[in-house]
Structures are given as C-alpha cells and as structure tokens.
Design a binder for this molecule. Structure first.
Ligand code: ADP
Ligand code: MG
Length: 692
C-alpha cells in the first residue's frame, strides 16, 4: 500500500543530516516524493567491455563500463595546486590507467585489490590510453549488481551539496525496498484502454531504464499521470464550487442602460474583443453561480476597463469590489487608472474608490463608504475583513483564482471572481492547467497603436545605442526604461538582482548619461520611495528609469517610448514581451533594444525572432517548443505551475488525459475506491490552496 511510500525519508539508511536538509529544501520529505524527483537526462553506460577492447571505442567516443581490479592508485601533485589521481586497474584481458582530478581521498578508497566498476570514456594522451572515469563504484564481486555504472544511469538536477550520485543511490534504495508498493492510480480498464505501462514499472524505468524504449514508455506514462491528476483535480474543484452556491445571493441585476451610459462616457470606443469580454463577464455576474473567469489579453489590450464594467455593475447592485495587484506599485497604478475610467460619469454614478497600501491605512468608516477597494494581495491576508464583497478582480496571478477563493471563503465570502493575465498561455495549456476557470480573451489591440520597433544590439554597437538614446531624450523628450539582467529568479526581489541594478545605475549615471536624469527602481525599496520614483517618471522628472525585471508587469507610463533590456538572452520570450509591452502605449513610435554579450547562434536566432514577432501567443508557443514546459513562462511571479515531467507542448497526451478524465467521471467509479488516486488529488489540492 502507498503508506510504505509515504514514510519519511528520514528512514533512509546511511544518510548525512545535510542530505536530509537539502532534500527538504527541494520539497522532498517522503519516499514517494523522492521517487518523483525525476532525472534530467540519462547517461548510457550499459555496454560492459573488457579492457583490451577499449582500443576499439576511442573513435566511437562511446561511454562504457569496465569491471576491474585496482593494482595501484596514487596522487600526483601538480604545480598549479591541483592534484591528479592515477590508478592502474586490470582485468583478465589487460590493464589500463584511470585518471581523476582533485579527488585525493580516492587513494584511500581504491586500495590495491579492490574490485571496481568504472564508467566513462576513453582518451589518448600522447599515445597512451587513459580511462576517464565519470562514475565508479566498489564491488564485492565481479558479478555484483551495479547502480552507477553498467547500465543506463540517471543524471539528476544537482543542488550544491547534493550530488547526482547520492540522489541516485537513495532513489535506488527506495525503488529496491518499496518499488513493489507502488500501485496504479488508474482503474484497470482505463489503463488497458490507454495501452500504457503500469505505474510501478514506469517509476522503475524513469530512473533506471532497461533501454530507450523503456524510458520513453515511462516518460509517457508519468507525464500522463501528471496531466491526468491536474485535470481531474481542477474538474473536481470546479464541481465543488458550483455546488457551493447559496441561493441567488450574487445574482446581479444587469442594468443595461446604465452600463451603456458608462460605455459612452469612455474617451474611446471599446474594441470588438473588449465588448465580447465585457458581455461574457456581465452574463456571469447576472447568473446565480459565482463567476470564476480568467481574462487574458496582451499587454496594452485594455483589460482594466473591461474589468471595471464588472465593478460598475457590482456598485449599481450595492456590492463592493476588491481589486488586487501583485505589487504596491501596480496597485497604485490601478487606483489611478480605475479612477480615470469612471471620471466622465456623473458624480452619483461614480463608484467611490480607495487604495490600501502598507503605509496607507484606511479608516473603517472610509472602507464602509468605498465601493472599490484596491490593494495588493495582502488585502485579504486576514487583518482586513470586508462586508458585502460581490466581485473580486485579481491581476497577474493565475493561481489566485484558486487560492483567493479559498481564503475569501474562510471569511465567508464567495464572490464573483475575475483573474486577469497578460501572459499568453496557449489555449490547450490553459484548459489543462486551469480547467476550473472560464476564459475570456481580448485578442486585439486598440486601434492606432504603432508596432514597437525591436532591435538586437551587437556589443560593438553599445556606445552607439547610448548615444542614440541620449539624442532621443534631448531632442524628442523620449523617456526610457533600462532593465538590468535577471540574475536570480525569485518571486520577491533577490539581493543579487538589487546589487546588479544599483551598480548599473551608478555606472550609467556617472559614465554614460551624465547630464540626464536617472531614476532607480527595485523591489526592495520602501513603497513610498517606489511611489516617488514612479510618479517622478510619470511626470517626466526622470528621463531614464533603471530597474530590475521585477517591475515588468503592468506599469503604464504612456510617454515612455524606449525599452532597453540587458542580457536579453536570460529572459523567456513571454517575459521579453511583457517588458516590451511597457512601451508603445501611446500613438508615438516606440523602440525596444535587446542587449546581449553572447554571440551563440541559437541566442541570436531567438532574439532575432523576437524582434520580428509581436504576437504574444506565438512567442509563448516558441518558448514552449524550445525551452520546455518547466521554463516557458519563465517566472514564478506569474504564479504559474511548473510541470514536473509533462510538457505543455504535448497536445496529444493532454487530449488523452482529458478524455480519460471524462471517462473516469462518467463511469461509476468512486474516488474513494481508488485510494492512490484520491491521495494524489488531495495532495494536489493542498499544494494549490496552501501556496502563497
Ligand atoms: P492592460 O491590458 O495591459 O492592462 P490597460 O488596461 O492598462 O492594458 O490599458 C492600456 C491603455 O489603453 C490604457 O491607457 C487604456 O486607457 C487604453 N485603452 C483601453 N482600451 C482602449 C480602447 N478600446 N481604445 C483606446 N485605448 C484604450
Ligand atoms: Mg494591466
């Protein structure tokens, strides 16, 4: 039973405390979680040959395994403070030299007479062959089973202090001891239909495959499992929500005429796509089921005004709206733009809007008067309690649909919920990962926007680019963003990124743009400092804003027309697109300059492609194909799940999983009859709802 696998990894024998510590940091606490730490790739050491036959493989560059006995092993100290370990090993066919670097302790391990299995390749130094051992393991006898050699060997993502060898050893142990306890999550008939291998076999093969086909089959099965669990869970979550509805409490009266009045009051006419999304939202709000909708639209497509229609309707019905942004900077901006959206309405039709930030508390009295309350996600972290919330808008945090609803429910609130995102998640992926959401898409930009001219700048042209920027600022009053490299990716601002941006700010101020006004912006600044910088930039008091990538989402400074991105190769296409979307927000021509010091062909190709493509979806698809699902959207700040093994580009497998979910739900299976499946679903839900 799976219980054996739910045991704590602290039961692993001969394991250093530090290893446990690192496993915990990787989120691995049980045997089963350890088994779900999948290899990055494999190395094929399965060919076992005799020493005399090594001559033949030198040209083939093949990796092999030899089993031999140590004759001698010695340390050689070189002048440049590193050591070489040279061993002579032999088998019945011959003898060969084996070399390592900087592992002096090997001499203690590889005593004369020791039987070793060695995996690696062969090299010739000045005519003498030498075995380059990538793996070695001590054997008691020549016919002992091997873990690190003599087979296709898994290579794991390494963390400092935890080697792939240690991980391999531990996983091998768990598979050996408890492999038989793995039981399938799928009912037998469904599994038969799928023609996939059993889960038990899949776990064994993904780590220690017998051959390429075995590995492929394992990858397929486990990817399927992952997609199946996600889809089944989100379908179940969705069903639960629909069940939760208390009467018609949130059925809003649609007030068509007043909605029209609002639309007419806007300084522009809505695009067709905006109109469609507005009516989808209004439709949901006037039905008795709480809305759970994702509004997806490229940067600049005008999501704010679309979401405001819902807020307006809630207001007309006497309900409040909570509006949550990922950062205080953005909350501030939303506050400004939401107020602007309503500014042409008569006073009695204008919802009273308040902003709550960490240094701007609002009195209970004012909260009571407010119809729209804007802040960060901290708004609902417990301290505040709100009455009469009918509609909640969440910007740029996809998973907030799930988490926020759970939190609000703790407070007894079950409102209509709109999540907004500019991240172009392909539709199949969306349906897969966020099956619990309905989706509205704004697929056109407001008229009259010019294409942002995008260029890759060669290192040799850096100075020219600086000169051009200076000229644009001086003669055309251009305003500029300079985004510093992403050194570490993290949800909050990392110290590394902050250091880098500070250094660059200094350099640019003192050496490059000496007589221009520069501002500095990063996530670790106090929020009133940030406010000052942004509002100075918005007012044109700052020419160039040097910032970290953390400020990528949502900033709206229409007068800024140049976006310069350092180390552009480090960003995913979707992120670059987000950054580029910070300019081109008015009818002026805008520019995006991509800097990279790297000249590799594939980097150039990728950036060149970015400079020609403006469609966020196409760019996301590109990321999906070339960087793999784990990396696509490239950032935790968007709150998108990373897939463990499945790939979002595998549409066929996604469809297969979808079909199987449907069959499962339509058949008379009860979840409780499949404890392994039930357990996985529970885990999925917990991981989702508790994450913040
Ligand atoms: P995003 O979808 O990136 O959040 P915003 O809601 O910030 O976009 O809108 C970007 C800008 O476009 C804002 O200045 C907004 O007033 C403007 N805008 C929105 N809709 C239209 C439209 N239909 N026509 C012209 N401008 C629009
Ligand atoms: Mg926005």
């Amino acid at each position: 039973m799976i219980q054996a696998l739910n045991q704590s990894i602290s039961l692993l024998p001969r394991t250093a405390p530090r290893t446990f510590h690192i496993f915990h940091k990787l989120g691995i606490t049980t045997f089963f979680e350890l088994l779900n730490y999948f290899p990055l790739r494999h190395e094929d050491y399965s060919t076992i040959i005799r020493i005399t036959d090594l001559d033949n493989i030198i040209y083939a560059q093949q990796k092999v395994t030899i089993k031999a006995i140590v004759r001698t092993c010695e340390n050689i100290y070189t002048r440049r403070r590193f050591t070489i370990q040279k061993a002579k090993v032999y088998d019945s066919s011959g003898e060969i030299e084996v070399a390592w670097f900087n592992q002096p302790y090997l001499r203690e391990i590889l005593k004369p007479g020791t039987i070793v299995s060695l995996a690696g390749g062969i090299k010739s130094f000045k005519g003498t062959l030498s075995f380059q051992a990538e793996e070695f393991e001590i054997l008691k006898g020549l016919s002992d089973e091997t873990v690190h050699s003599g087979r296709i060997v898994p290579i794991y993502p390494q963390t400092r202090g935890l080697s792939t060898k240690t991980i391999r050893e531990k996983i091998y142990y768990v598979l050996f001891m408890y492999g038989d306890d793995i039981q399938d999550i799928l009912p037998v008939p469904l599994l038969k239909n799928l023609k996939m291998i059993e889960e038990q076999k899949a776990y064994a093969q993904i780590h220690f495959p017998s051959n390429k086909n075995g590995l492929e089959a394992a990858r397929n099965r486990l990817s399927f499992d992952e997609l199946f669990i996600i889809q089944l869970s989100s379908t179940l979550i969705r069903q639960e929500w629909k069940k939760d509805v208390i009467g018609n409490a949130f059925k809003l009266k649609p007030y068509e005429k007043l909605l029209k009045t609002f639309e007419k009051s806007l300084p522009f006419s809505l695009t067709k796509a905006q109109k469609r999304c507005v009516s989808e939202i209004i439709n949901d709000l006037s039905s008795s089921t709480p809305m759970n909708r994702l509004l997806q639209g490229d940067v600049g497509s005008g999501k704010t005004v679309v979401s405001a229609f819902g807020a307006f309707l809630a207001f007309l019905n006497g309900y409040k709206t909570l509006f949550m942004a990922p950062t205080e900077i953005l909350a501030q901006q939303h506050y400004a733009s939401v107020q602007k959206v309503f500014e042409n309405l008569k006073k009695n039709l204008r919802p009273h809007t308040v902003l709550i930030t960490s240094n701007k508390k609002v009195s209970k009295n004012e909260l009571d008067k407010a119809s729209i309350i804007i802040g960060t996600h901290a708004l609902i972290s417990g301290k505040n309690s709100f009455d009469n919330i009918g509609y909640v808008v969440v910007d740029e945090q996809h998973k907030f649909g799930v988490i926020q609803r759970a939190k609000l429910k703790e407070q007894g609130i079950n409102p209509h919920l709109l999540s907004m995102t500019a991240t172009p998640i392909p539709r199949t992926a969306m349906l897969t990962l966020y099956g619990e959401l309905d989706v509205s898409i704004i697929d056109e930009l407001p008229q009259g926007r010019l294409k942002i001219k995008t260029y890759c700048v060669l290192p040799s042209k850096r100075q020219d680019a600086y000169n051009w920027i200076t000229k644009e600022v001086k003669h055309n009053k251009a305003q500029v963003f300079i985004v510093c490299p992403l050194i570490e990716e993290s949800s909050s601002e990392s110290m590394q990124n902050v250091k880098a941006v500070k250094a660059e700010f200094e350099r640019l101020s003192k050496e490059i743009f000496i007589d221009l006004k520069l501002g500095l912006l990063h996530g670790r600044m106090k929020s009133n400092e940030k406010d000052t910088v942004i509002s100075d930039f918005a007012k044109g008091k700052i020419d160039i804003l040097v910032s970290t990538p953390v400020v990528e989402v949502g900033i709206d400074i229409p007068n800024a027309t140049i976006m310069m991105i350092e180390a552009a190769q480090r960003f995913g296409m979707a992120q670059l697109h987000q950054l580029r979307g910070r300019v081109g927000r008015s009818d002026k021509q805008s520019y995006c300059l991509l800097f990279t010091e790297q000249n590799a062909e594939n980097i150039r190709t990728r950036l060149e492609m970015f400079s020609k493509v403006y469609d966020g979806f196409k760019l996301a698809e590109y990321d999906l194909k070339h960087r793999g699902a784990g990396n696509i959207f490239g950032t935790q700040q968007h709150g998108i799940d990373r897939l463990n093994i499945a790939s979002l580009s595998d549409t066929q497998l996604i469809r297969q999983a979808q079909k199987t979910v449907k069959t499962f739900l339509e058949s008379s299976y009860a979840l409780k009859d499949f404890p392994f499946l039930e357990e996985r679903i529970m885990k999925y839900k917990i991981d989702h709802i508790s994450r913040d």
